[in-house]
Design a protein around this ligand. Structure first.
Ligand SMILES: [Zn+2]
Length: 318
C-alpha cells in the first residue's frame, strides 16, 4: 500500500498529456489507409507534434494561455508579439467540509484565469499559488483546525507575490494581475500592488493590479443572483455552502462528492461548512462563473488603459 503523500502540485499536467495523446492518435490512425497517405501524413504529424506545447488542453485550435505549457522561447515570442498581460492565479489549500476537496481554490482559479485570458486576448496565465495565509498554525485557528489546510505567514505570502511580479516585469510584461479565489488575502494582494507601483512610479514599463472584483462579485452580484432564484442567505452561506459548492461544480464536478450532497443530515460549522450545499448545482454555479469572468475582463481592460495613459507623455493622452 502506498502511504506516501505529496504536497499540492503547482499545476495540472494530466489534461495536457491527454491532449497530446489525442493529437498523436489523430495523426497516426489514418496511416493504415494507404501507403501514399503515409508519405503525406508523416511530415504533417511531425509538425503537429512539434507545435503541441503551444496548444491548449483539449487539442483545440487556440494556443494555450498557460505559461507552464509553453517553452521559454515560445513565451518570449508571445510577449514580443503583444501578449504583455499576465494573470497570477492565487488559490489556497484549505478544508471545504466533508463534500469538497482541499484544492477547490486552485482548480477554480486556474480554470477561471484561463477563461479570462482567452476572452482578453494577448494575455497569459502564471502557475497557481497554492500556499497562502490561513491564520495561526499553532494554536490552530479557523480552517487550520481541519486536516490538510496549509497556512503560511502573511509576510512570506507578500514576498512571494512581490518576487513573482518582479520576475514578470523583468521578462517584459506590462500588466501583472493578481486574482485571488480566497477572501482572506485580498488585502495582501492590494498591499503588494501599491508597494510595487510606488517603487516603479518613475518607470512606466510595468504595473501591478490587484483584481479585487474577481472575489468581490462572488460575495455581491452572485449572491444576489442566487437570492433572486429563491435561495436564502443561510443556505447560500459563506464557505462550502450553496454558492461556493455550486461554483466549484460549474468548474469541475469532481471537486464535489455527490453522495455527500444527497445526505439528509445538514453539515454544520463543526464540519467546516458555513451554509447548506445540498441544493448546489453546476447550473447555479455558472451564474457565478459569468459574474467573475465578465467583471474581471472589464476591470483588466480598464487597468491596461490607465497604465497605457500613464505611460504616454501628457501631450499624447486622449
Ligand atoms: Zn478559501
Amino acid at each position: 500500500m502506498n502511504q506516501l503523500l505529496t504536497a499540492p502540485a503547482m499545476g495540472r499536467h494530466t489534461d495536457f498529456l491527454a491532449a497530446c495523446s489525442a493529437r498523436l492518435a489523430d495523426a497516426i490512425l489514418p496511416l493504415g489507409r494507404s501507403a501514399r497517405s503515409i508519405a503525406i501524413l508523416i511530415p504533417v504529424a511531425l509538425c503537429g507534434w512539434t507545435a503541441l506545447p503551444a496548444y491548449a488542453a483539449g487539442g483545440g485550435e487556440s494556443p494555450s494561455v498557460y505559461i507552464e505549457e509553453m517553452s521559454s522561447p515560445e513565451l518570449r515570442d508571445r510577449i514580443a508579439a503583444g501578449a504583455t498581460t499576465i494573470l497570477v492565479p492565487i488559490g489556497g489549500t484549505e478544508q471545504n467540509g466533508p463534500h469538497m476537496v482541499l484544492g477547490k481554490h486552485n482548480v477554480r482559479v486556474r480554470a477561471l484565469a484561463g477563461q479570462i485570458a482567452q476572452r482578453l486576448g494577448n494575455t497569459v496565465v502564471a502557475p497557481v499559488l497554492a500556499y497562502v495565509p490561513e491564520g495561526s498554525v499553532h494554536p490552530p485557528v479557523a480552517h487550520m483546525r481541519f486536516s490538510g489546510t496549509i497556512s503560511i505567514p502573511e509576510a512570506t505570502f507578500e514576498s512571494l507575490l512581490e518576487a513573482t511580479a518582479r520576475s514578470f516585469k523583468q521578462h517584459g510584461f506590462r500588466d501583472v494581475v493578481f486574482l485571488g479565489d480566497h477572501g482572506g488575502y485580498q488585502k495582501n494582494e492590494e498591499r503588494v500592488a501599491v508597494r510595487l507601483n510606488r517603487e516603479w512610479s518613475a518607470d512606466p514599463a510595468c504595473r501591478v493590479h490587484a483584481l479585487l472584483d474577481y472575489y468581490r462579485v462572488t460575495q455581491t452580484a452572485y449572491v444576489a443572483d442566487l437570492k433572486s432564484r429563491g435561495f436564502t442567505e443561510a443556505e447560500i452561506g459563506t464557505h462550502a455552502g450553496l454558492a461556493d459548492t455550486a461554483l466549484s461544480m460549474a468548474i469541475d464536478k469532481s471537486l464535489v462528492r455527490a453522495d455527500a450532497l444527497t445526505s439528509r443530515t445538514k453539515s454544520t460549522e463543526r464540519d467546516g461548512v458555513y451554509g447548506d450545499p445540498r441544493r448546489a448545482t453546476a447550473e447555479l454555479g455558472q451564474l457565478g462563473v459569468k459574474r467573475i469572468v465578465d467583471a474581471s475582463v472589464s476591470d483588466i481592460r480598464v487597468f491596461i488603459r490607465e497604465r497605457d495613459n500613464r505611460a504616454q507623455p501628457t501631450a499624447q493622452r486622449k
